[in-house]
Design a protein around this ligand. Structure first.
Ligand code: AP5
Ligand code: MG
Length: 224
């Protein structure tokens, strides 16, 4: 079977983490979400966490070289030999070029860049109601995907909290940063014929079905 090397692109709150959770179950691939990796590093007060915290709190990106090293190690690991799902990386053109270089050195290439898109108003609604579990960052939404018991994770029973960067003023800055620095990646991957677009305003199940159908077609094409 051919490798499945995927990246998830899209504005904050479009549903990248939500869909990744489903795709990991479908395809049994390792999942690397730079936001989750950085939040864990901040919580554990590691060197990486100290380097990232200030930028994250402001809704800014952490420096390219800081995050590129983190992903390089993972893409080159034994568990990612048959593929991977990257969420939140790359997020700038230099990061995308670095990923191409890293994969090229391993004689590999991306299978597809999956863009989950949503307008700013929807992003604000999603992020304002989002809650995550303190244990493993499982995702909920107060209106669209509420937990069975108030304030508790369905999966591991741990406490649900709001992310520090889901405050209104930080959401606004994250959206600006997305439009300035990450949006250019849409053209970058379109030109490389890797871009696949999904409407993030559909239900979670509809977006998931659409992505699965697209990946099934890509796999068939690669086997021809
Ligand atoms: P990161 O954690 O990657 O945040 P983000 O890109 O802003 O994306 P989010 O995680 O907020 O949104 P999502 O698309 O995953 O949506 P979700 O599935 O949760 O990055 C955080 C920070 O880390 C950055 O600001 C930066 O500082 C730093 N960083 C990370 N990577 C970096 C990099 N490469 N370079 C530099 N800095 C980096 O869904 C949102 C909500 O909506 C949930 O409540 C969910 O339940 C709900 N929902 C999802 N789908 C649907 C649906 N279809 N219908 C209704 N509700 C839905
Ligand atoms: Mg996420």
């Amino acid at each position: 079977m051919s490798e499945l090397n995927l990246i998830l692109l899209g504005p904050p709150g479009a549903g990248k983490g939500t869909q990744a959770g489903r795709l990991v179950e479908d395809f049994d691939l390792p999942y690397y979400a730079t936001g989750d990796i950085l939040r864990t590093a901040v919580k554990n007060e590691t060197e990486l966490g100290r380097a990232a915290k200030q930028n994250m709190d402001r809704g800014e990106l952490v420096p390219d070289d800081v995050i590129t090293g983190v992903i390089g190690e993972r893409v080159d690991s034994a568990e990612a030999r048959d593929g991977f799902i990257l969420d939140g990386f790359p997020r700038t053109i230099p990061q995308a070029e670095a990923l191409d270089r890293m994969l090229g050195e391993l004689d590999r290439r991306l299978t597809a860049a999956l863009l989950i898109d949503a307008p700013d108003e929807e992003v604000i609604r999603r992020l304002s109601g989002r809650r995550i579990c303190v244990q493993d960052q499982h995702l909920y939404h107060l209106d669209f995907d509420p937990p069975k018991h108030d304030g508790k994770c369905d999966r591991d029973g741990s406490r649900l909290i709001q992310r520090d960067d889901d405050k209104p003023e930080t959401i606004k800055r994250r959206l600006e940063v997305y439009h300035e620095q990450t949006h250019p990646l849409i053209d970058y991957y379109e030109q490389a014929a890797l871009l696949r677009r999904f409407d993030g305003c559909r239900t979670q199940a509809e977006v998931h079905d659409h992505i699965r159908a697209t990946l099934a077609t890509l796999r068939l094409e690669s086997e021809l």
